[in-house]
Design a protein around this ligand. Structure first.
Ligand code: FEH
Ligand code: ZN
Ligand code: ZN
Length: 355
């Protein structure tokens, strides 16, 4: 390993496997900030990026993967703001234009200029067309995208920037629906779902009912504070509805987004309830076919989260309220970790740590 090169897990061509290769050390200019990566989480969206056919995504290869990153500020460009050199931070992953009405309030996940950014094909975030953090170093466009994490362990901090933030944003969207004796169903207790259970328990009065297809996920749901957890079966809607006192759930958070999870959601929702679809499991739902959805159902497709929400998630974690179930892998074992995620063999969130 030469002294000035560093490692990165890169997608070098569409349809090809990611490779661990040496890249030049980035030099921060202007507002940019160089991060010494200390932890980078893996996400199912990384699999979608890796498996994408040419033209499916508006990104140009090659680029480094990884949109769930924590580390230390190593070097700052001359115009950089935010955390100082040496400070430990987590990186807000949706990189918008930074100046539109949405970005101005920290909602870069909903940047008004995203279409233009897509057209420019330079990518919309860390590891999403822009060089990401499955690497030794990460160059961040601006210090505005960094949230200090204090003494929080980095393998706990990294997953907050995507799994934690996405779960928190999904819960934020249904908070108004949670009245007395409300039940919320969480479908999929993986990297995002297990944090959603904890966030619901920590920030709402909801009765939390969890569903998954894996026994070990039910144990994780219990560990995270779910009031009830069950395997997905043909009678799950009836079983869950019974746990709601017969009225149904005021909200369903579907972190799978597949045919069976959407079917279950339609069977357990209360009239006037909230269907929140986060997972991209390829499921379809007919919104107009009579009898598919209860009357008054509101459907939302939340995406990632906002900078202020990331600060709130980090605060919850620093208070000890959020505990991420992590399976740690050395950066040099990144390809093995990716295959482990693909095979469903990861408990909680897989996190790469530069070795
Ligand atoms: C990232 C990029 C594209 C689609 C979905 C995602 C999520 O993993 C972000 O949380
Ligand atoms: Zn993700
Ligand atoms: Zn913007």
């Amino acid at each position: 390993m030469s002294t000035d090169g560093t490692r990165a897990v890169r997608l070098t061509r569409w349809g090809g496997p990611p490779v661990i290769t040496e890249v030049a050390r980035p030099v921060p200019t202007g507002e940019q900030v160089l991060i010494q990566v200390e932890a980078a989480g893996l996400c199912r969206s990384d699999l979608h990026v890796i498996d994408a056919r040419e033209g499916a995504l508006l990104y140009r290869t090659p680029f480094t993967l990884g949109h769930e990153v924590a580390g230390r500020v190593l070097e700052r460009g001359p115009g950089a703001m935010g955390p100082a050199v040496g400070e430990r931070v987590v990186v807000y992953g949706p990189w918008g234009c930074g100046s539109c009405a949405r970005c101005a309030v920290g909602s870069e996940n909903y940047c008004d200029r995203r279409t233009a950014l897509d057209a420019d094909r330079t990518g919309t975030g860390a590891g999403l067309g822009r060089d990401g953090g499955m690497a030794d170093l990460l160059l961040v466009p601006s210090g505005r995208l960094l949230v200090p994490v204090g003494e929080l362990a980095v393998v706990q901090a990294a997953p907050l920037s995507d799994a934690g933030l996405t779960a928190y944003h999904a819960v934020a969207g249904i908070r108004r629906a949670i009245d007395d004796d409300a039940s919320v169903v969480v479908i999929g207790v993986g990297g995002l779902g297990h944090l959603a259970v904890q966030i619901l328990r920590a920030t709402t009065t909801a009765r939390v009912l969890a569903v998954d297809v894996r026994e070990e996920a039910l144990a994780l749901a219990d560990q995270c504070g779910a009031h009830f957890a069950t395997l997905l079966r043909p009678d799950s809607a009836a079983v869950l509805r019974d746990r709601t006192g017969g009225v149904g759930a005021v909200a369903v958070l579907d972190f799978v987004g597949g045919r069976s999870s959407l079917d279950l959601a339609t069977g357990v929702l209360r009239p006037g309830g909230e269907l929140v679809v986060v997972g991209s499991g390829g499921g379809e739902l007919s919104v107009r076919k009579p009898g598919v959805l209860p009357p008054g159902t509101r459907i939302s497709l939340p995406f990632w989260g906002t900078l202020p929400e990331l600060e709130q998630v980090v605060a919850l974690a620093r208070e000890g309220v959020l505990k991420v179930e992590v399976e740690q892998f050395a950066l040099s074992r990144a390809l093995e970790a990716i295959e482990g995620l693909r095979s469903g063999g990861v408990r909680g969130r897989a996190v790469l740590v530069p070795d």
